[in-house]
Design a protein around this ligand. Structure first.
Ligand code: FNR
Length: 233
């Protein structure tokens, strides 16, 4: 019997045309495993700056916020691609997460499975951006996939002139991430349906993906390369 298909909503923290992170998500959509539909969402673009007065006056947020909230609610999981700006993740992504983190008690990020990835032309693959993003998502009670996380340094050279991902190691890292997200989503969703009314926990890790165990990636001095949390170089 085939499991129920998973709907994954993919958001990029970059709004620009030709964004490396947007291209990475397009590549992920093309590599989604059987049983997963990955939808790219541009919903961060239309959001106003978070403002508690606006939130109150509009009873939870204006239309673009409501639309994004509904899309997140409908999704089984999120895939967030982040650039690194000044050693952290961009304000547009933080703004979106602040809107989505409220209002209680029906916060849409609580218990939502989330996987992270990020691309940069620089050498360190958005490590600091992803660390910051992970911290903020923990505050929202989203369930962030512990591993792998995909760090893509020197990303400009990995795409062809049409913006298509050509690098096979990065393609493999994306496949591993999406398989792990599918397992993670099914695992934490089963946990919450087994105990209705409780918030799922991130205590149980999915089984390790072959070839994606952590090595010394992230250790100071470890060379850059595409990392699926683990170094694949
Ligand atoms: C950057 N960039 C950058 N890169 C990085 O690896 N570490 C950093 O701290 C920063 N800081 C930074 C600040 C600001 C304001 C900008 C605009 C850019 C470079 C960044 O990684 C590069 O522009 C990427 O191409 C942005 O991602 P997208 O738009 O290609 O997805």
């Amino acid at each position: 019997m085939h499991p129920t298909p998973l709907n994954v909503l993919a958001l990029s923290g970059s709004l620009r045309q030709g964004s490396l992170n947007g291209r990475l998500l397009e590549a992920a959509a093309a590599l989604a495993p059987e049983g997963m539909a990955l939808q790219l969402c541009d919903g961060l673009r239309a959001l106003p700056h978070f403002d508690e007065d606006l939130e109150r006056e509009t009873h939870g947020g204006p239309e673009p916020v409501r639309q994004l909230r509904a899309q997140v609610t409908a999704a089984d999981a999120l895939l967030l691609a982040t650039p690194e700006y000044n050693q952290s993740f961009p304000g547009v992504l933080k703004n979106g997460l602040d809107w989505l983190s409220r209002p209680g008690p029906e916060e849409v990020l609580v218990g939502k499975p989330v996987a992270l990835l990020g691309a940069t032309p620089g050498r360190w693959g958005t490590r600091l951006a992803q660390a910051g993003l992970r911290q903020v998502l923990t505050a929202t009670e989203a369930l962030v996939l512990p591993a792998p996380a995909v760090f893509v340094p020197e990303a400009e050279r990995l795409f062809d002139g049409s913006g298509r991902l050509q690098d096979t190691r990065t393609q493999e890292a994306l496949r591993a991430l999406l398989h792990a997200l599918a397992r993670w989503t099914r695992s934490v969703t089963a946990e919450s349906s087994a105990a209705p009314g409780t918030r799922p926990s991130a205590a149980r890790l999915p089984p390790a993906e072959a070839g994606s165990s952590d090595g010394d990636a992230g250790r100071p001095g470890a060379p850059p390369g595409v990392h699926a949390r683990a170094r694949t170089s």
